[in-house]
Design a protein around this ligand. Structure first.
Ligand code: GLP
Length: 239
């Protein structure tokens, strides 16, 4: 694992952009995996600005998002689909037919998950960006998720619901999600995990120094041969 330590959130976002630009320069038709959450917002803002200034071309890339709530309508402001449109997809030139998302509107979620796995097999992810949950989750792979887990329906922990429902009405917040599995994430050729802030320091420390275990799903990243962590001073303060 490579660790890039930077000063703050802004520098973390800059480094993520730099990493992506570097990969794009050798492969303009990259297949990218994208996360949601507060962490990548700065990164997405910077990409949108680069596009606005004609400094990046994303017309050839394909994207796969990590996860989505279930059940949820795409138009629901809580949905990750809405989040991505709002924060990135509506602001850059990614071809809409190249955007892949788990659909939280379907009845047959098992079929949806199987098809997502097949699509990822067909278009393997070159570069997967990730965030990390304070309990060590990656995507919606909560503690208890095994290393062979694939795309599936999961129950969210109270902790995750409480944190993610911050800006919304907690009462009707979804309690389940559809998520790429740990194995699906580890199938990406390269992984870049971003973390910023003191509240992430413990999860980062456990991921790197604790046992490799389903109790901290992010720890399975230690089994991958090309992972880069971009951590700000606070997130890396316990290392
Ligand atoms: C969410 C997402 C994850 C994300 C994590 C951290 O539940 N499913 O993909 O990495 O929480 O979110 P944040 O960046 O807001 O701290």
């Amino acid at each position: 694992m490579k660790i890039l330590r930077v000063k703050n959130y802004n520098e973390m976002s800059d480094k993520a952009v730099e990493f992506l630009l570097n990969e794009l320069s050798t492969k303009p038709n990259l297949v990218l995996g994208f996360p949601t959450g507060k962490t990548p917002i700065g990164f997405y803002k910077k990409l949108s600005k680069l596009y606005k200034n004609n400094l990046i071309d994303l017309s050839k890339i394909k994207t796969f998002n990590l996860d989505e709530y279930y059940p949820i309508k795409k138009s629901d402001k809580k949905s990750f689909s809405y989040f991505m449109s709002h924060n990135l997809f509506n602001k850059v030139n990614i071809n809409s037919s190249n955007i892949n998302f788990l659909n939280g509107e379907v009845k047959d979620y098992e079929k949806e998950c199987e098809e997502y796995e097949l699509k990822i097999k067909k278009f393997p992810i070159d570069l997967q960006f990730l965030g990390i949950g304070i309990n060590g989750h990656i995507a919606f792979n909560e503690p208890g998720s095994i290393k062979d887990s694939k795309t599936r329906l999961v129950q969210l922990t109270k902790e995750t619901i409480n944190k993610n429902s911050n800006l919304f009405n907690r009462r009707n917040f979804p309690k389940q999600g559809l998520t790429m599995g740990v194995k699906t994430i580890l199938s990406a050729k390269k992984v870049v995990l971003l973390a910023s802030g003191k509240h992430k320091a413990k999860a980062i420390e456990r991921m790197l120094n604790g046992p490799i275990s389903k109790l901290c799903p992010a720890s399975f990243l230690r089994n991958h041969k090309d992972v880069t962590l971009i951590l700000d001073e606070r997130a890396s303060s316990l290392l």
